[in-house]
Design a protein around this ligand. Structure first.
Ligand code: KG4
Ligand code: ZN
Length: 350
């Protein structure tokens, strides 16, 4: 920021603990990744069919110190050599947020370092600007499609800390719809990857399924009606497990419906932000090949590149948190140690 030289001169430690991944990463001031570690708790939650907040918080507490120290060791640094510590402060599960921010604040206080309270959605939003990715960093403004287990949003990214929500889900997130549909089909949690694999065996046209909000003005999403349609289909089947071909047809039909809706919503979002330099996708659902291909085609039709960071940086990770910390440090946007955790923290308020 003009008149202020707060550009980080030393590496930044990032910490992510808002959901069911404990992650730590160390980035050089220019964004070079010096260390990145992710510990997934999927196995701890799988038998419950979803994330159990209390189990998640305890697992973060058990893992975080060792993980952060391992990341620092990987980078060949001690706390004293850092230029700042960034941690996800929201939105997310309060237990995990308290663990991550408490750790970051304690370490920042002890080492006399700046603390950066990072909005998790902002971290997803800025990942595409990390130098060294395949695609050149997009200039502001760009269109972000955030499609994760907890969020489905179209966002105009106009600058660091300048986000305008163009549309969002009215009910379930896209990943949540994948997970719930997968559960109905008897697939393991998290359902997205298993459902995508099963869909390859099926006929997407075998069943008529709704395309919620398709063609409607704006770029909001709605997925709960689609999930209900599938629940009704499954309930109408003979008792007992679904046959594999039948389950595959339902999976393929569901994925095709979501893909159609996302393609339509992208076109509407681009019409709302014609000056977008690029379309950026983030969140676990961006891993889906059919969806990725449709979004790439939709962006190309509007003459925009689609930037999809590598999968490990699309899903929850700490590299994105450290990078958001660097972007904020450059602008002098340091957080006070009293900065609270915010389980609900809309991106526009970041
Ligand atoms: O971004 P993410 O790792 O975590 C958060 O929710 O923050 O996203 C996880 C979500 C889950 O709902 C998962 O089922 C979904 O992303 N997902 C997929 C695929 N891989 C992960 N959905 C569809 N197709 C996939 N290949
Ligand atoms: Zn996320």
């Amino acid at each position: 920021m003009e008149g202020k030289d707060t550009a980080p001169r030393a590496p930044v430690l990032g910490i992510e603990s808002s959901c069911d991944e404990t992650a730590a990463a160390v980035l050089a001031p220019d964004g070079t990744i010096l260390a990145e570690l992710v510990l997934s708790q999927t196995a701890d939650h799988a038998i419950f069919g979803g994330v159990v907040p209390e189990i998640a918080a305890r697992a973060h507490l058990a893992a975080l110190d060792g993980l952060a120290r391992a990341a620092l060791a990987q980078a060949g640094l001690g706390f004293a050599a850092l230029g700042g510590i960034a941690a996800t402060a929201g939105p997310g599960l309060i237990g995990g947020l308290l663990v991550g921010t408490g750790y970051a604040k304690g370490a920042a206080l002890a080492a006399g370092l700046p603390y950066l309270a990072i909005n998790h959605l902002e971290a997803h939003a800025l990942t595409a600007r990390l130098p060294g990715l395949d695609a050149a960093p997009p200039a502001f403004p760009y269109l972000l499609l955030l499609l994760s287990g907890g969020h489905s949003q179209c966002v105009a990214v106009e600058g660091v800390g300048a986000y305008r929500l163009l549309g969002a889900t009215l009910d379930d997130a896209a990943g949540e719809a994948f997970d719930k549909t997968a559960k109905l089909l008897g697939l393991p949690y998290p359902g997205g990857p298993a459902l995508e694999a099963l869909a390859r065996e099926g006929d997407a046209a075998a069943l008529p399924l709704p395309r919620p909000l398709l063609g409607r003005p704006g770029c909001d999403f709605s997925f709960s009606g689609l999930k209900t349609a599938i629940a009704q289909l499954v309930a109408a089947e003979p008792p007992g497990p679904l046959s594999r071909p039948r389950a595959a047809d339902i999976a393929a039909g569901f994925q095709a419906a979501v893909t159609d809706v996302l393609g339509d919503r992208l076109a509407h979002a681009l019409a709302m932000l014609p000056e977008a330099s690029a379309v950026v996708v983030a969140g676990g659902v961006a891993a889906n090949q059919a969806i990725r291909a449709r979004l790439r085609a939709g962006a190309a039709r509007a003459g925009k590149p689609l930037i999809a960071p590598p999968l490990r940086l699309c899903t929850d990770n700490a590299v994105m948190v450290a990078w958001a910390g660097i972007e904020r440090l450059r602008l002098g946007l340091v957080s006070p140690l009293e900065a609270p955790c915010r389980p609900r923290w809309p991106l526009e308020a970041a």
